[in-house]
Every structure is written in structure tokens, then in C-alpha cells.
Design a protein around this ligand. Structure first.
Ligand SMILES: [Fe+2]
Length: 350
């Protein structure tokens, strides 16, 4: 008989399938384990495979060895292939010990228990098997996260170099801005996801320049008003490119606002004060410092002294008071300098 309803079925409980041709043993095992986990039962190997397919995923399967038709070892060897994430436990008599050891050595079985198995031992061993299944699941999820992280790094790196390849004056700019942005963020007490958001926003903050014709980006001399307005669309274009990123990571919003100024004189939305997100206030200061220190088609580098004077002069008016203060402190008293981008900028592990 198959108990496809489950016994003691709470949604987030681990699912455990008990397989035995002895109905009394199935009933007592279900009574013993209910409450701690969601118990399903099957009276044969064939039935067990059907339950695994229709009611899974199962954390653990506990099977008797001797059953008519498909025996426990054959069942668990099949489960090891069809449901490799289900932890497999074999119940065996002393006479079949060698067969159980062989099954364990072949990887079909995580653990075998000898019959008769005292209730407290069965309960403990099944709980251990569930804990092992949880551990395996966590390891799998961690492996997926690591692959996603590598994927994210690759995508961000590719996007970042895409815009810099189109604008030779931008080479290394986004990375230097990111390094300074992260340093300011850390000084402000940011950690974890906040820093990762800053990192991605910094590395991609000028992505919207893919929309700007390359001759406009590298043309020396003063640009006409309509040409300037094309360049000034890049935060909005960047926002459009990035807006589908995770809502918990406001990368797109920071990118959209990185040319906004505290008095409302920036672009594209003319936001002021508290309407500008903190990440954008940090990025804005770092962006100005690096831009002033970089060569541009229409001027040579103005140098760090001039850049810091600009931040100091407009501290609280154009630039966030606290962010500007931390930036000045970093350069003047903490030995910070705009260095060439380092490889660990791409390491998303803060
Ligand atoms: Fe920009």
C-alpha cells in the first residue's frame, strides 16, 4: 500500500520514503517518525519508484533488503541513478551483511541498519540521513551560487570592457571609480550586498555610452548643445540596460543617478538631496575625482589636487557632505591614491 498523502505532512518537512513488504513494520515506522519528517510508505520496490517519481523530491529512502520482486539493493541502485540526491539507507538481516557491505562499497547505499532495528536507533539514523541530505543540498546550492558568481563576473567584465573599447579615454576609468567607490563605501560601514551593488554599479556606470557615437566620445573641443545632450543621455540608457537586474541590488538606479547633484543641478532627472540614492552620491564623487585626474579629448589631466579642491569647494552643495568628507580624508590623511585597476576588483566576494 502506498501512503501518498504522507503522514504528518508539513510543507517544509523533509520527505522520507520507507519501503518494506511488511505492512506492520511500515505502520510502526511511520508512527515512529511522523512529526519529525513527512513520511511516505511503499510496499515494494516497484511502488517505491512510482512514489519517488510522483511525490518527490525525497531527502531519504529507507528500504528493506529482502522483498519479493525487486530487492532493496536493486531498488537503491536504481534510485542512486534516477534520484542521486536522495540519501539511501538499507535495512538488512545479519545473514545478508556481506551483500549490504558490497552495496555500500558500490555507492548504492549511504548507510545500512541491521534488523531488528530498535525504534530509537531507526529514528536517530533516519534523522542523521536527513541531516546528511540537507548538507548535500547546501553543497549543491553553494556550487550553483559559485557558478552564478563566475558568470556574473564574466558578464560585468564583458560589459565594462565593451564601453571602454569604444571610448579610449575611458580606459580603466570605471575600474578606478569602482575602487574609490568601494573604499568610500567601506569607510561608511557598508558590507556584503551593499558593497556588491556598488561594485557592479561602478564597473558599469558608463555602460549607457554604448549609445553615444564614438566620434562624439573622442572629439576634441567644445561640443554643441545637442551633442552634449546625446552624451547626457548615457545614465538613462544605462538604466534601461540594467533595470532588469535583481531589484534588491539597485545597480540600475545608481547608474541612472550618478550625474545627479545634491542641489538638483545634475542630470538626467535633476534630482536633489535625499532623492538621490546613497550609492549614486558615492559614485558621483568618485567619478568626478577620477574624471578630473584623467586625460580627456578636450583637455589634459587636471591632477588630484584640483580634483580634491573641486570636491571640497562644492561639498554639501553638489556633493554629499559626508561622502565628500570621507573622500577627502582618504586622499589627504589615509594615503589613498588612484592606482591602476587591480584584478581583485572582479572578485565578487566582499
Ligand atoms: Fe557617466
Amino acid at each position: 500500500m502506498t501512503d501518498i498523502e504522507g503522514v504528518g505532512a508539513a510543507r517544509d518537512q523533509a520527505r522520507v520514503l520507507i519501503v518494506d513488504d511488511d505492512q506492520n513494520l511500515l505502520d510502526s515506522a511511520a508512527r515512529l517518525l511522523r512529526g519529525d519528517m513527512e513520511i511516505f510508505t511503499a510496499a515494494s520496490g516497484k511502488e517505491a519508484l512510482a512514489v519517488l517519481d510522483s511525490c518527490g523530491p525525497f531527502a531519504v529512502i529507507v528500504s528493506d533488503l529482502k522483498m519479493p520482486g525487486m530487492d532493496g539493493i536493486e531498488l537503491l541502485s536504481r534510485v542512486s541513478r534516477s534520484h542521486p540526491d536522495t540519501v539511501r539507507v538499507l535495512l538488512t538481516g545479519h545473514a545478508d551483511m556481506q551483500a549490504a557491505i558490497d552495496a555500500a562499497n558500490l555507492g548504492y547505499v549511504y548507510r545500512f541498519l541491521t534488523k531488528p532495528c530498535p525504534p530509537e536507533v531507526l529514528r536517530l539514523e533516519v534523522k542523521n540521513a536527513v541531516a546528511f541530505a540537507d548538507l548535500l543540498r547546501d553543497q549543491r546550492e553553494l556550487a550553483v551560487l559559485k557558478r552564478c558568481k563566475v558568470l556574473l563576473e564574466g558578464v560585468v567584465r564583458g560589459f565594462s570592457s565593451l564601453v571602454e573599447a569604444r571610448d579610449p579615454y575611458l580606459a580603466g576609468h570605471q575600474q578606478r571609480v569602482t575602487a574609490l567607490t568601494l573604499s568610500i563605501g567601506r569607510e561608511m560601514g557598508m558590507t556584503g550586498g551593499e558593497l556588491e551593488t556598488l561594485r557592479v554599479a561602478g564597473l558599469l556606470h558608463d555602460i549607457g555610452k554604448v549609445y553615444v557615437p564614438t566620434d562624439l566620445l573622442s572629439r576634441p573641443g567644445i561640443l554643441r548643445e545637442e551633442e552634449l545632450s546625446v552624451i547626457q543621455m548615457h545614465p538613462e540608457v544605462g538604466y534601461e540596460i540594467l533595470k532588469h537586474l535583481d531589484q534588491d541590488w539597485p545597480v540600475a538606479v545608481i547608474v541612472r543617478q550618478h550625474h545627479e547633484r545634491m542641489d538638483g543641478s545634475g542630470y538626467p532627472q535633476g534630482l536633489a538631496g535625499r532623492f538621490i540614492t546613497q550609492g549614486a552620491r558615492i559614485l558621483a564623487v568618485a567619478d568626478v575625482v577620477d574624471a578630473m585626474c584623467s586625460q580627456r579629448p578636450y583637455r589634459s589631466s587636471l591632477g588630484i589636487t584640483k580634483a580634491l579642491e573641486e570636491i571640497e569647494k562644492n561639498r554639501g552643495r553638489l556633493y554629499d557632505e559626508r561622502v565628500a568628507g570621507i573622500c577627502l580624508e582618504l586622499f589627504r590623511n589615509k594615503g589613498y591614491s588612484l592606482t591602476e585597476p587591480s584584478d581583485n576588483l572582479w572578485d565578487f566576494s566582499d
